[in-house]
Design a binder for this molecule. Structure first.
Ligand code: PLP
Length: 348
């Protein structure tokens, strides 16, 4: 795995990028309603955000059918992943189980606090190997980390299988299910494991406004878990002082705006289909993606490929796994996908 952060790639850009396809952002957002709310929020931005954070918590709780005590808000989901990494690292000699490759923020964060990281390879079709992951749980395991859809492969696991997994495994260790990309699935509610919360399971669901809502720069995210754990994890965050009121008001305006979400999804799919055609035409395979990024195997060294694209103003990321070099490309606007296509033809 190449641990270069998305940010380090952007910072290495020699000039403004023509196509920023390295960070799984949604360039079709934020919505017009969110932008209007931001402008209006400026007037009262001398006020601390606690009241609005509570309002957003209540709104999310109502839609998800959980209690406000089940929810912890953060400035994006990253601070909450870090809170979990810190808390679940407190037991000496503990380990966190995850897929490999997967989104590394939480397990890598925990590894920095001296927790072992048990990496379980994906299945032959690049999905999380839930059976193999379950077998890795032992008395030293402090957390199971599941990223569904998985970043960087864009694959999803079968919902019924994941729900049964959560029910069984959460009796032994907490199961953290990172649903950052769940909004890209045709029926997010059906694919989510959120119903584990009301069943009292020791499951933590992480969500973010950074992806389909287009809020990556605004920073709003949350986790949903059992109230005692929410209270414990909140000690590792700044709680009501964590998110800017402006961002929270934007999130209140954008939340569950089906018209915007459907439109962003439609545009994402159009760009993704364009990308699939480019890859096919150039004779490349790819992992069919359920998200806003696509992983495909390269025919050259990954770092060289990324650097060559960067020279042409196109930012993407490279990975190394299964003894292959891979590119992960985020789905952008059509002009960005065209810029990628032009650069790709020159480099591949
Ligand atoms: N979880 C996954 C799977 C991600 O891919 C990302 C960002 O790319 C995050 C969490 C963190 O995003 P944010 O802190 O913007 O919510």
């Amino acid at each position: 795995i190449n641990y270069a952060t998305d940010e380090s790639i952007i910072l290495a850009a020699p000039a403004p990028l023509k196509a920023r396809l390295s960070s799984n952002e949604n360039p079709f957002g934020p919505s017009a309603k969110a932008k209007k709310a931001i402008m209006e929020a400026l007037e009262t931005s001398y006020q601390y955000p606690s009241v609005y954070i509570r309002e957003l918590t209540n709104k999310i709780a109502e839609y998800e059918g959980v209690k406000p005590e089940n929810i912890l808000m953060g400035a994006g989901s990253s601070p909450l992943l870090l809170a979990a990494a810190m808390y679940f690292s407190e037991k000496n000699g503990s380990n966190i189980v995850s897929g490999d490759p997967t989104y590394a923020s939480l397990p890598r964060g925990a590894a920095e606090f001296n927790t072992a990281w048990t990496k379980v390879p994906l299945t032959a079709d690049y999905k999380l190997d839930l059976d193999a992951m379950e077998k890795k749980v032992d008395s030293s395991t402090s957390l199971m980390y599941i990223c569904n859809p998985n970043n960087p492969t864009g694959t999803v696991v079968d919902t019924a299988k994941l729900k049964a997994f959560c029910e069984r495994v959460s009796k032994k260790v907490p199961v953290f299910v990172d649903e950052a990309y769940i909004d890209y699935l045709p029926d997010p509610k059906a694919a989510s494991v959120m119903d584990a919360i009301n069943k009292g399971q020791n499951v933590i669901v992480a969500r973010t406004f950074s992806k389909l809502y287009g809020f990556a720069g605004l920073r709003v995210g949350y986790i949903v878990a059992q109230p005692e754990l929410v209270k414990t994890l909140s000690k590792y965050t700044a709680g009501g002082f964590s998110i800017s009121a402006t961002s929270v008001k934007a999130a209140l305006a954008a939340y569950n705006d089906q018209e915007f979400l459907k439109d962003a999804l439609k545009k994402t799919l159009a760009s993704k289909n364009f990308l699939y055609d480019v890859l096919k035409k150039e004779g490349y395979e790819f992992i069919p993606s359920s998200s806003n990024f696509v992983m495909f195997p390269l025919k050259m060294e990954g770092e060289k490929f990324t650097a060559e694209l960067m020279k042409r103003g196109v930012g993407v990321r490279n990975w190394k796994f299964n003894n292959k070099e891979w590119c992960r490309i985020s789905i952008g606007r059509m002009d960005e996908m065209q810029a990628f296509a032009d650069a790709f033809k020159q480099v591949s």
